[in-house]
Design a protein around this ligand. Structure first.
Ligand code: ZN
Length: 290
């Protein structure tokens, strides 16, 4: 089962969260029929959204990560609720590139090196809080790190990883974000950087030892304790009512032209495999109520 584990260290100067997301990313891969490179890109974005969403305190809040690069993937959307349950999709799930020279999936090449990352936080106010920064590499973890520093002024380190098995299923997936609180000691920063430089490959740790070992390696030599552990999963909140609301918002003219075609329309959810069918009578009822 996937989970998010949070820890605090160095007398509160360090906050760290690790997400394990093998089942979540496997569900996303199957739902969207993703090729390995596309699955890795979507999986990394889902892991980042999950950790950042789980950091929000407001009930019913949601967080959306949008990555628009100039690569063949055609953009990524990842949405998290305030617990870290996520959903998402990519523009072109069939995107597959040759492996990089180091044997890794070329996520940066699929996403594109030029573009933007936008994070919006909806905490139930009239307008969501939105921040945008330029992509650094399209590898996603670096882009998230830069976003957190530039847009939210929080110095962080982030790593995200998706390991795709030979049968194309997800063998391991997860990520972490470590944040430094203001006035953290310079020595502490150096220690963290050294630990992260020296650590084993994230997906190897997750695959072989589990999430606890990620804390051990990243926070090596630093006092820390686990403060919470919560289950997370791939979760879509779509419903017939929500689709009706969206149709209603499309406008009377739009609904009118759907009715005039005289046949039922099908609306597919972008995030899951739900399909909602509306007959002309259903559409008329929506028109009457809008
Ligand atoms: Zn759905």
């Amino acid at each position: 089962m996937d989970r998010i584990i949070r820890a605090t260290g160095a007398e509160g100067y360090i906050k760290m969260a690790v997400v394990t997301a093998k089942d979540t990313v496997e569900r996303a891969r199957k739902l969207h029929n993703c090729a390995p490179t596309a699955a890795a890109a979507l999986g990394r974005a889902l892991c980042a959204a999950s950790i950042m969403g789980n950091m929000m305190k407001e009930e019913n809040a949601s967080l959306t990560v949008r990555i628009s690069g100039d690569g063949p993937l055609g953009g990524i959307v990842a949405v998290s609720d305030h617990m870290g349950n996520v959903r998402g999709y990519v523009g072109n799930p069939g995107t597959e590139l040759p492996l990089r020279s180091d044997g890794k999936l070329d996520v940066g090449g699929a996403v594109g090196r030029t573009g933007t990352i936008t994070v919006s936080r909806d905490i139930g106010l009239k307008e969501p809080y939105i921040g945008t920064t330029e992509l650094v590499s399209g590898e996603i973890a670096e882009d998230i790190t830069e976003y957190l520093l530039e847009s939210e002024q929080v110095p962080s380190a982030c790593a995200l990883g998706v390991l795709v098995d030979t049968d194309c299923s997800i063998r391991a997936a997860g990520g972490f974000i470590v944040q430094l609180m203001p006035f953290a000691d310079e020595g502490l920063i150096e220690k963290l950087e050294e630990n992260i430089f020296m650590m084993d490959q994230l997906t190897t740790i997750l695959d072989e030892d589990g999430a606890e070992e990620v804390f051990c390696q990243v926070l090596k030599g630093i006092d820390y304790h686990i403060v919470s552990e919560e289950p997370v999963e791939y979760r879509c909140y779509c419903s017939r009512e929500r689709v009706e609301e969206a149709l209603s918002a499309a406008g009377r003219e739009e609904i009118g032209s759907m009715i005039s075609e005289g046949k039922p329309i099908e609306v597919s959810c972008s995030f899951c495999d739900s399909v909602y069918t509306f007959t002309s009578e259903d559409l008329n009822a929506i028109l009457m109520n809008s």
